[in-house]
Design a protein around this ligand. Structure first.
Ligand code: HAM
Length: 423
């Protein structure tokens, strides 16, 4: 048997899992202030949800999906992202009935069969939001502001992030532009890689994303959609930029930002960091998808959202020297002088926990010395020592592990005294 986790996956051990929970709690609190509610969709969907939503010609659909037949012969795919599922669920449950605006957030694992490298996993974790039913540029700006606020609230300095934005146009202006880029690729065919040449016939805009230096060079002189937007898209894009400017959100326009999913229309954005992540430097990204609901047979419904990657965000935090910690597991350690005091200690530990103090104790009949070592290892701020004489007097000894001060405390005052000590 192979007792290792599959390639491209990682066990989330307590330190990282604590950071993941902290990131989720921070998201819950912040996103609620912006009107978002949680949603959980299945981790697998009918394959069509992704092929239709994300697009057959994208790398995700054509190369990276975990697709299999279930025992009933249905084609099932592990979700490579959350947007398609959330839009499918919004339509299925009629959440946007009568033009109702819907604001949802989610968190969980996503699956893409990619070549693993730093910041690129086959199972990775995302937190995302989808704002469905709203077309005004103010919601684009609000979503972007919230994403930047989120990263700041986690502790990533604003100065170390780069917000890139672009407009992908819509059905009025993009088709002609796509044709133009396809023609440009064909005209420069000799200089471009095989993949980019193939893209001329399938998904020409993706040539902007090619990592090959020669292709990058050729594509840097290609016509830009920014210059070909229809009046409505141009006005929408200008309004988004104006609103971001009003909130003093620094951004850079990147006319070659096309993103890897076909559902985008109009605003797209990405947040990048330099955290030794190389080409995997996008910690989050998103955009508008005003035609996606119709792909699933629903009514025309605008929408937009973003997703951020847990692993890359954690790396950005580490690069900024910020440790995010999970909840404390042992603020207080209760040690006993001898094992005959087990029942009293058992009761005391439960009382402290009921009083809201994270409390740990020994269940391995350790010596007092090794109980103190254990308390130190767990990072306890105080040790409560229970001894027979003190207990007979209705007291315990409390040792402040920072100052090393010790004092006798009546049992009736213990939880209050500890809370004060813990601040
Ligand atoms: P995405 O850009 O494909 O967008 O992914 C969002 C974020 O997920 C990326 O910026 C990155 O941090 C993380 N990520 C993506 N792939 C991997 C991977 N293989 N390993 C580690 N992290 C990864 C979406 O998924 C869209 N659904 C975002 C969206 C929501 N657009 C509109 N609404």
């Amino acid at each position: 048997m192979n007792a290792r986790a599959p390639k491209g996956t990682a066990d989330m051990l307590p330190d990282e899992a604590g950071a993941w929970e902290h990131m989720q709690r921070t998201a819950q609190r912040l996103f609620a202030r912006y009107g978002y509610e949680p949603v959980y969709t299945p981790i697998f969907e009918h394959t069509e949800v992704f092929t239709r939503g994300i697009g057959e010609a994208t790398d995700i659909v054509s190369k990276e999906m975990y697709t299999f037949q279930d025992k009933g012969g249905r084609s099932i795919t592990l979700r490579p992202e959350g947007t398609a599922s959330v839009v499918r669920a919004t339509l299925e449950h009629n959440l946007g009935a009568n033009g109702q605006a819907v604001k949802l957030y989610y968190a969980g694992p996503m699956f893409r069969y990619e070549r693993p490298q730093k910041g690129r996993m086959r199972q990775f974790w995302q937190i995302g939001v989808e704002a469905i039913g709203m077309a005004e540029p103010s919601i684009d700006a609000e979503v972007i502001v919230m994403l930047m606020r989120y990263f700041e609230e986690l502790g990533i300095p604003r100065s170390s992030m780069r917000l890139l934005i672009n407009s992908m146009g819509d059905e009025a202006c993009r088709p002609a532009y796509r044709d133009k880029i396809a023609a440009y690729i064909r005209a420069n065919s000799a200089a471009l890689c095989e993949e980019c040449n193939r893209r001329a016939g399938t998904n020409p805009l993706r040539a902007f994303d090619c990592k090959n230096p020669t292709c990058k060079d050729v594509m840097s002189s290609a016509p830009l959609l920014r210059d070909e937007l229809c009046d409505d898209c141009a006005a929408h894009y200008s309004a988004v930029k104006r609103l971001l400017g009003d909130r003093a959100i620094a951004y850079a326009e990147d006319p070659s930002l096309v993103r890897g999913l076909d559902y985008y229309t109009r605003t797209v954005f990405e947040v990048q960091v330099d955290a030794g992540l190389g080409s995997q430097n996008a910690i989050g990204g998103g955009g508008r998808y005003d035609r996606l609901m119709e792909q699933y047979g629903g009514p025309p419904t605008p929408g937009l959202g973003f997703a951020l990657g847990f692993e890359r965000t954690l790396m950005a935090l580490q690069a900024a020297g910020i440790a995010i910690l999970g909840l404390p597991v042992a603020e207080v350690y209760v040690a006993r002088v001898d094992s005959s005091l087990g029942a009293a200690v058992f009761a005391l530990v439960q009382e402290l926990r009921d009083a809201g103090i994270a409390t740990e104790t020994d269940h391995q009949a350790r010596s007092l010395k090794s109980q103190f070592k254990q308390a130190d290892r767990l990072g306890a701020r105080a040790v409560v020592v229970v001894g027979p004489d003190e207990l007979a007097a209705g007291e315990v000894t409390v040792r402040d592990m920072t100052t090393k001060d010790e004092s006798r405390v009546p049992l009736g005052e213990l939880s209050e005294r500890l809370k004060r000590l813990l601040g």
